[in-house]
Design a protein around this ligand. Structure first.
Ligand SMILES: [Cu+2]
Length: 408
């Protein structure tokens, strides 16, 4: 593959966002659409994004999961937020294949809820062959009695996170999806919700998990459900189905510490006439070297309780380039928190006393209430200021975050 430059213009402005036929809310959009355009590149390409802000408020774009240089991370600690009428140029290489996303990182609770998010798909040289591929961005929306996006800053949301009753796939309320019988497709799922956990089920049918946040797994993993917390991605090989089947794409009941939810539908899958399949998913997808063993001693403990209660301006100890980090993420609180590390991938070593079934690269991991998750990572040579935070956007806004430096 020849490394190329992919140039994209992103204009942010207010738009009427039609979430279902005849039902429109006041959205914020990249290039007039929610989600924003799918940005596609090959691993090694340079991405050049010219962001123009036509909102009445400041904004930035964070490239969630991409190993960008620190000044390109899109947070207010590494750049000045882009003022109304101004432009900013993001320029970086996308080194790793996978399903990523981009989203606002200023006044996120409102800007992301109003639609400032989109997918960034990076392809590698040896991708499995499937019959088709689609990006499915899951989201929800909280409306008031008049059908407008509900006011922001409800004190209840600070603690529990903002959840709405409208469930969206690619910006549309409970759409119908079509797939040909006999075919197996790659569905790249992204959870762009402010705080909704999605315990995803496809009518209870079996699928294969082939990728997570940081690209392909070592091998496909059969499953009938997968938990997508805010910020996370999963690539699934879905199908084959039988002609005439109608299957619900839904979230199963889950309790993230605010009560057990009901099973809720995101979309309906209608299976059309059969088509020939060329899907070929190899038994081995790629090789991932483990960074550390299951029982590696932690080099640092990160307490979700401290992160949640100590408020803004927390600083973690610096991280030295090339040094193994083993972080024990401890959640003493009464609710789950999705922990997101900016700019670097980690491997989960130990989830409450057991290793995960496969080694994988992640940038976001759920830390269930009263549990602990041990992760390992090594900073490659991208010094600068970085951060980690809870990806429940209301928790992040409340200050559930910390900055740290990567130093040479
Ligand atoms: Cu949280």
């Amino acid at each position: 593959m020849n490394d190329a430059t992919v140039s994209v213009g992103l204009e942010v402005r207010e738009v009427p966002w039609e979430i279902s036929p005849g039902r429109t809310v006041r959205g914020f959009a990249f290039n007039g659409q929610v989600p924003g355009p799918v940005i596609e590149a090959n691993a090694g390409d340079e991405l050049l994004v010219r962001l123009t802000n036509r909102l009445d408020e400041r904004t930035t774009v964070h490239w969630h999961g991409i190993r960008v240089p620190a000044p390109m991370d899109g947070t207010e600690s590494v750049q000045q937020a882009v003022a109304p009428g101004e432009t900013f140029e993001y320029r970086f290489v996308v080194p790793d294949a996978g399903t990523y996303w981009y989203h606002s990182h200023v006044n996120e609770t409102e800007q992301v809820e109003r639609g400032l998010y989109g997918a960034l798909v990076v392809r590698g040289a040896n991708e499995p062959v499937l019959d088709d591929e689609r990006v499915l961005i899951l989201d929800d929306l909280k409306l008031d009695a008049e059908g407008n996006i509900a006011l922001f800053g409800d004190p209840q949301e600070h603690h529990a996170g903002r959840e709405g009753d409208i469930r969206l796939v690619n910006g549309r309320e409970e759409p119908e999806l079509e797939i040909a019988a006999g075919q197996t497709e790659r569905w790249r799922f992204i959870n762009a919700s402010n705080s909704r956990y999605v315990r995803l089920s496809i009518g209870g049918k079996r699928f294969s998990i082939i990728g997570t946040d940081g690209g392909l797994l070592p091998r496909p993993l059969a499953a009938t459900e997968v938990l997508l917390t805010p910020g996370e991605r999963y690539d699934l090989a879905v199908g084959p189905f039988t002609a005439g089947d109608v299957v619900a794409l839904e979230a199963l009941a889950y309790d993230r510490g605010k009560g057990l939810t009901a099973t809720e539908r995101f979309a309906t899958i209608k299976v059309g006439p059969a088509a020939a399949s060329r899907a070929d998913i190899p038994a081995v997808l790629r090789r991932i070297e483990p960074l550390a063993t299951f029982d590696a001693a932690p080099t640092r403990t990160v307490s979700m309780k401290a992160l949640m209660h100590d408020g803004h301006h927390q600083r973690g100890e610096p991280v030295r380039v090339g040094e193994l980090q083993v972080w024990d993420l401890v959640n003493e609180t009464g609710q789950d928190h999705p922990f997101h590390l900016h700019g670097f991938f980690f491997q989960v070593l130990d989830r409450n006393g057991a290793p995960p079934p496969l080694v994988s690269w992640e940038d976001t991991v759920n830390i269930p209430s009263k549990e602990r998750v041990k992760i390992a990572w090594i900073a490659d040579n991208r010094p600068g200021q970085w951060m980690y935070h809870c990806h429940i956007l209301e928790h992040h806004a409340m200050g559930m975050m910390a900055h740290f430096d990567v130093v040479e």
